[in-house]
Design a protein around this ligand. Structure first.
Ligand code: UD1
Ligand code: UDP
Length: 371
């Protein structure tokens, strides 16, 4: 790998989406290198995003996936450090809140290489979430903190971080808006618009009826590690009175198999979907049930009612107007909330930068004299 330029450290599904937004806005491929930690390694969680979103192959791939948090983060830290020493970049760019984010930020900060954090300032205020630890530590070692919302910047100020902080908007909104026309041309997108012959094979046993189904995703430790919690959630999905399509994260698939949890008849399990297919599925849904950070936002952007299977959210803006409701892992709360009518107020995309976040990120990162 060449020295200089910007090194983007990524490893998990949502980070590939965010990286794609930045690379598109940058338009200077020679300035950018990609380091993939290997945290997500299945093709359906990794390669499909590179292919669909036109991301160049990684310049370095560490192959570090699985293991405990300490082992995973520690191995990444050592391996990223070696890459940075062999070919020092001008800056390291990290995204979001995964173990790959933390390892990239720490490795760079300890070598005195400026750290850029895209999606800085988010807090769920739940230190039981591994992601919350990753967010806090990453923000406190970052030099340029690119916040998706005003609330995020205000939170950083409360923690004493004011230098290098900028509100840029949310880069996932950029991608959601740009990809909407392509999403409509996917087989599922075409089927949902009435082209019956376009129905993808994965849906042939249970074709979706526009506005007649919900979409679920579940992958958080709090919902997957304890079998009784996962069992309760799955039972609740079956009690909503509507069909639920659920692309299952491999972690959750394994947890279900271990605990012998079978889906109720109205719940259709799918393999993890690529970005475009997932967006198409979301576009036809009546509502979304999720513990994902990114999916809460994408539901809001698409004007879909979201029921978040957590007690906290780092995306509090999505709660406005009743578009997102925190229901935890309580089946009764979920079923009761799901029966309520959809909100009537419009969603506020301007709270998330209106689709211009990545260009602002690039301008700030590349500005003369920027950290
Ligand atoms: C990770 C992030 C989480 C993010 C999510 C995005 C951390 C602490 N967690 O959670 O913040 O929301 O990615 O999806 O960084 N596995 C596979 N194949 C894969 C990847 C994972 O089978 O390609 C299985 C392995 O058993 C692995 C487990 O899933 O041990 C968990 O993977 P890991 O990347 O540690 O956490 P996620 O739950 O994916
Ligand atoms: N996603 C996807 N296919 C799926 C489920 C999710 O492409 O089957 C996308 C989703 O559209 C969003 C991102 O993955 O862009 C969110 O990732 P995830 O929920 O795994 O992580 P989080 O956002 O919670 O960190």
């Amino acid at each position: 790998m060449n020295a200089g330029g910007l090194l983007h450290v990524v490893g998990a599904r949502p980070q590939f989406v965010k990286l794609a937004a930045l690379l598109r806005a940058a338009g200077t491929p020679e300035r950018h290198r990609i380091l993939h930690t290997g945290q997500h390694y299945d093709a359906g969680l990794s390669q499909v995003f590179f292919d669909e979103l036109g991301i160049a192959p990684p310049d370095a791939h560490l192959g570090i996936g699985g293991g405990t948090h300490g082992a995973q983060t520690g191995q990444m830290l050592a391996a990223i450090e070696a890459v940075l020493e062999a070919a020092p970049p001008e800056k390291v760019v990290v995204y979001g809140d995964t173990n790959s984010t933390l390892a990239g930020a720490l490795a760079a900060a300890k070598l005195g290489i400026p750290v850029v954090h895209v999606e800085a300032g988010l807090r769920s205020f739940d230190r039981g979430m591994p992601e919350e630890i990753n967010r806090v530590v990453t923000d406190h070692v970052s030099d340029l903190l690119l916040c998706p919302t005003e609330q995020a910047a205000e939170q950083l100020a409360r923690e004493g971080i004011v230098r290098g902080v900028h509100v840029v908007g949310d880069v996932m909104l950029d991608i959601a808006l740009r990809e909407a026309p392509r999403v409509r041309t996917t087989p599922l997108g075409r089927f949902l618009q009435g082209e019956t012959a376009a129905l993808p094979a994965a849906f042939s046993a249970a074709p979706p009826v526009p506005d007649g189904y919900a979409v679920a995703t579940i992958h958080r430790a709090a919902n997957t590690d304890a079998p009784e919690v996962l069992r309760r959630l799955v039972t609740a999905l079956g009690a909503l009175g509507t069909r639920v399509y659920w692309p299952v994260h491999p972690r959750t698939r394994r947890a279900m198999a271990r605990a012998s949890i079978a889906p109720p008849a109205s719940v259709v399990l799918l393999e993890p979907l690529g970005y475009l297919d997932f967006a198409a599925l979301l576009s036809g849904a009546r509502a979304v049930l999720t513990d994902s950070g990114g999916v809460q936002k994408e539901a809001y952007f698409a004007g879909k009612q979201c029921f978040t299977l957590r007690d906290t959210t780092e995306w509090r803006e999505t709660l406005g107007g009743g578009w997102n409701t925190l229901v935890g892992a309580d089946p009764a709360a979920l079923v009761a909330a799901f029966a309520r009518p959809a909100p009537s107020s419009p969603v506020a995309l301007d709270l998330f930068g209106g689709g211009h976040a990545a260009a602002r990120c690039v301008a700030l990162i590349e500005a003369p004299g920027a950290p």
